[in-house]
Design a protein around this ligand. Structure first.
Ligand SMILES: [Zn+2]
Length: 243
């Protein structure tokens, strides 16, 4: 018989932002996590795996065995290790679009690429960094940028969007993941972005690491992007567990 090591989970959760933060990482409600802990019984392999990921501790320490020798059933450990192997990589996609207004400057991937027009946004409206943040959060199963950095929060008004990427990367590194590669596509009618590609690539490499690729194109005069009224970006990221 195996039971969850309730005291240890609560203790570690305190350092990870509390049980509510852990339940979000598990993709379950706080109520479910509480009942799982209260029931004091084992949970599914999938949930065990997520607990290991969320708390960053080995499976063995999360479980308490009633066996006299304290050992874990081999079948459970083998099944768990098999699950770990298939989750060495995680992929995430992000998309962002902002309308443009006159005045201000246009930031893309943390690089100033134009003056005289700018995104309508709560923060600096950097569509690349917003799409990258969403891709990173998506890969980790942590929801989206609006949940982590609400645009109703005055704290983010006019904020440099690299803050969103950096805060998200801290969570990713804490779970022992690193960026394998990041592929970004920017859709903008203006300005011509080729001269800024290298600076944008370097900035993204500094922020997230890994292999970075930045592509840019117009929207062939189609829709609001093609009319120069909006700007958008897609990002796809692959995360790799480093241990
Ligand atoms: Zn945005």
């Amino acid at each position: 018989m195996l039971r969850l090591n309730r005291d240890l989970i609560i203790e570690i959760a305190k350092r990870k932002g509390g049980l509510s933060a852990v339940s979000r990482m598990l993709g379950t409600s706080r109520q479910n996590l509480d009942s799982m802990l209260q029931a004091d019984k084992g949970c599914t392999l999938r949930t065990l795996g997520r607990l290991v990921d969320a708390l960053g501790v080995p499976l063995g320490s999360l479980l308490v065995s009633d066996r006299a020798d304290g050992s874990e059933p081999d079948a459970l450990v083998a099944a768990f290790e098999a699950r770990r192997k298939v989750s060495l990589h995680r992929v995430g996609h992000g998309y962002d679009i902002h309308r443009l207004k006159r005045g201000g400057c246009l930031m893309l991937a943390g690089v100033k690429v134009a003056e005289g027009f700018s995104p309508i946004a709560h923060s600096d409206g950097d569509v690349v960094l917003h799409a990258v943040t969403d891709a990173l959060l998506g890969a980790m199963g942590l929801g989206d940028i609006g949940q982590s950095f609400p645009n109703t929060d005055r704290k983010w008004k006019g904020a440099a969007s690299r803050i969103f990427v950096q805060a998200t990367m801290e969570k990713i590194r804490a779970e022992s993941f690193t960026v394998g590669n990041l592929d970004v596509t920017i859709m903008a009618e203006r300005p011509r972005l080729a001269p800024f590609r290298e600076a944008m690539t370097k900035n993204l490499a500094y922020l997230v690491g890994g292999v970075i690729n930045v592509k840019a194109g117009t929207n062939e005069k189609c829709d609001s992007i093609g009319a120069g009224k909006a700007i958008a970006a897609h990002a796809v990221v692959l995360l790799t567990r480093s241990r």
